[in-house]
Design a protein around this ligand. Structure first.
Ligand code: GDP
Ligand code: MG
Length: 709
């Protein structure tokens, strides 16, 4: 049985090829670098197992993916490496190839996305590329299923011949030092891996040096000699040698010289959408359109129908009549209708809006635009001294914060990773969307601007937190390098869009039908009984009202502490953010009044001014995320202490932002001025100080004095 390893850059079509070769159906994501699990499958029609390695840019130990991949290649020595290369981005992809060729394992290059190259009028001579790289190159398209047979044949052949490729040659100086190092290493590492270890040691690769044991001093001596000779860091020398070797190889196969690869349609679109000045406004415009379609128009018609007709006229009255007709106990009827169904219905009512939104977001992701957004945001993040890599988790976090936080794992720098894990959930996840839609619908006439503002505030909170937190000593350090593939644009596949949308929608429904349902039952119970288990006439005398009131004083300065219901909504939101809406569904939705969905909206509108509603929304978006996300944060941050600090920070920031928005907003709109207005101005000044000052936490003073944290 042949063991083949599939390695390639993120987004080069690895998952698509894996599925084609093995006939399995792994999810095809257009996200760089999030899959870290190892997947295996039998290659169809061949006696071979294919191991899917994580997407990586290099075999240097910068990220967990890279370590996983190189450990596999070095320690488990597969029979063949199938190196998948995105032909539309050949040079960048071949950088990894140049390292794979050093590992001493028979290699086949699967030159993928040839369909896209052809469509742009390009041409790549695989025979020439093959002789330049010294290994078999198969031109193919995983998407179209072209070249799969030939690739399978090449894999079997390479395994049978066992022919190890010739490494790409580096510059004279580097080659000379590498061969001196290999003399030192001879007998200390497996023979086939000598080339790999010598070049990696020459790059001062820490993990490679570690394995050389007591030879490290001798090797570093050779490295330093070369550095003196070339007057450059050895790793830069090797990297630039690799780049020139691969651009020579690429140039020989395209007939073009150097780095130019022609101006494709994708390039032309990218010139505009990733433009330094236009990129951000276009992004904001696209997102506005997305929310306009999903929250304000098409989606909201569906939601109105769900609330007014489906739940309001059919389900709720129908269930009530049926239960009453069957002479079910009135308390049980109330529990089912006013508790479970009302809460569930309040959440599910938003399904049409979510559905439209999911479709639009999946299309944006699949056609390649989301990758451009990350690219555009990278520039913004960088300007604030943060890594653009942090934006990928944020993009994922727009779906759900838990995988978003987990995606922070792919960030090399400890500092960026921790800051990202702490701040990713500021971006509204899909569970927060019903809250946004509710506030927008009840208080702002369903304006898409509320959703857009929520996202912009989320991004602003992330940027601001990054700036503030990186001044804290335990989070200091340099931002990560961010290299990102921009995959060629392509028409979103109907199947992908359908499948992803269905997946997301189903997850939403399943959560509403289980977890949210339970929480709504509990809310109903607590809002229907008093402490001595007597049915209450007035919900204001229930246990829940007492609980809410015990805390709601805290939110008076934010404009929504007067009514305990909002405090309760915020608290139940910690279980899952959909609960905010579910709770309102139980507390003032779907009562006897047949207007159903309208009920929640009119109640909210009667209790809150728009500015107070916006403050409530912001607090719920920014404060501690749900428990599942807090758990994910705990896994990434390592300790409960750090997690607690992160949650405190989030709640503090949420409080500060809501306070400022409500107080200064009220001052501007209604001219109200009081103690809290003054406090909010002071808080705003403090935030500005934390952002602007170089050392607001007196870290330099502490460092010289007693060492803190
Ligand atoms: P991975 O990140 O390497 O696993 O890449 P995926 O398999 O998730 O593919 C990334 C994107 O490239 C998806 O949108 C695929 O549909 C697309 N893709 C994959 N293979 C091809 C191909 O041969 N041609 C074209 N045009 N697109 C492809
Ligand atoms: Mg993938």
């Amino acid at each position: 049985m042949i063991r083949a390893a599939l390695a390639g850059n993120p987004n080069c079509g690895k998952t698509t090829l894996f599925n084609k070769l093995t006939g399995s159906s792994q999810r095809v994501g257009n996200w760089p670098g999030v899959t870290i699990d190892r997947k295996e499958g039998r290659i169809k029609g061949a006696d071979a197992i294919l191991v899917d390695l994580p997407g990586i840019y290099s075999l240097s130990p910068y990220s967990p993916e890279e370590i996983v991949s190189r450990d596999f290649l070095l320690d488990e020595s597969p029979d063949v490496i199938v190196n998948i290369v995105d032909a539309t981005n050949m040079e960048r992809n071949l950088y990894l190839t140049s390292q794979i060729l050093d590992v001493g394992i028979p290699t086949v290059v699967a030159l993928n996305m040839m369909d896209a190259v052809r469509k742009d009028g390009g041409e790549i001579d695989t025979v020439k590329l093959s002789s330049a790289l010294g290994c078999r190159v198969v031109g193919m398209s995983a998407l179209k299923g072209e070249g799969i047979e030939e690739l399978i044949a090449a894999i079997t052949e390479a395994a049978a011949s066992g022919k190890v490729p010739e490494p790409l040659r580096l510059s004279e100086a580097a080659e000379a030092s590498a061969s001196r190092i290999s003399e030192v290493l001879r007998g200390k590492v497996p023979d086939g891996q000598i080339r790999w270890y010598s070049v990696k040691a020459l790059e001062r690769d820490p993990l490679a040096l570690e394995r050389t044991g007591d030879l490290e001093g001798e090797i570093l001596h050779i490295v330093e000699e070369m550095e003196r000779e070339t007057d450059d860091d050895s790793d830069s020398v090797v990297a630039s040698d690799r780049y020139s070797a691969v651009s020579r190889a690429a140039a020989s196969s395209t007939g073009k010289r150097g780095a130019s690869k022609g101006r494709t349609t994708s390039d032309r679109i990218d010139r505009i959408v990733t433009d330094r000045w236009l990129g951000l406004p276009i992004f904001a415009g696209v997102m506005f359109l997305v929310y306009y379609i999903s929250i304000s128009t098409i989606g909201s018609w569906g939601t109105d129908w769900m609330n007014d007709v489906f739940f309001g006229e059919w389900i709720i009255p129908g269930m009530r009549a049926w239960l009453e007709g069957a002479s079910v106990d009135p308390v049980l009827t109330a529990f089912i209708v006013d508790g479970l169904i009302a809460g569930f219905g309040a959440v599910i009512g938003f399904l049409p809006q979510m559905l439209v939104l999911f479709v639009l977001l999946v299309i944006l992701e699949d056609c390649g635009y989301m990758a451009r957004i990350a690219f555009v945001m990278d520039r913004v993040f960088r300007r604030f001294g943060l890594s653009g890599k942090s934006f990928i988790p944020v993009l994922i976090g727009t779906g759900c914060g838990v995988p978003g936080i987990m995606a922070s794992r792919t960030i090399e720098s400890e500092r960026d990773r921790r800051i990202t894990a702490m701040t990713t959930t500021f971006i509204p996840c899909s569970a927060k969307l019903p809250v946004i839609a509710l506030i927008a619908g009840a208080l702002f006439g369903g304006s898409a601007l509320v959703a857009l503002a929520s996202y912009l505030v989320g991004i602003a909170a992330i940027l601001m937190s990054g700036i503030i937190l990186k001044k804290w000593k335990s989070l200091a350090g340099a931002p990560s390098e961010f290299i990102m593939e921009l995959p060629a644009y392509h028409m979103p596949g109907a199947v992908t869009v359908f499948r992803s949308t269905l997946e997301k929608t189903w997850a939403f429904v399943r959560k509403a039908g289980t977890f949210i349902l339970l929480a709504c039952g509990l809310v109903w119970f607590l809002s229907t009984f008093s402490w001595n288990m007597v049915l209450v006439e007035d919900v204001n005398t229930s246990m829940l009202a007492d609980m809410g009131r015990a805390l709601s004083w805290m939110f008076v300065p934010l404009g929504w502490g007067g009514d305990w219901q909002f405090t309760v909504g915020t608290l139940t939101g910690l279980l899952a953010k959909e609960n905010v809406v579910g709770t309102f569904g139980v507390l003032f939705g779907f009562s006897e009044v047949s207007e159903a969905g309208e009920e929640i909206w009119t109640m909210v509108a009667a209790m809150l001014t728009p500015i107070a509603g916006f403050s409530f929304l912001l607090f719920n978006l920014l404060c501690a995320p749900c428990f599942a996300a807090i758990g994910a944060m705990r896994r990434e941050l390592g300790t409960w202490k750090a997690t607690g600090a992160a949650v405190l920070y989030q709640c503090g920031l949420a409080y500060a932002v809501s306070l400022i928005v409500f107080q200064i907003g009220s001052l501007a709109i209604y001219g109200t001025f009081g103690v809290w207005t003054a406090v909010s101005l002071a808080v705003a000044a403090l935030l500005v100080y934390l952002v602007v000052s170089n050392d607001p936490f007196r870290m330099s003073a502490r460092r010289s004095g007693e060492v803190a944290c």
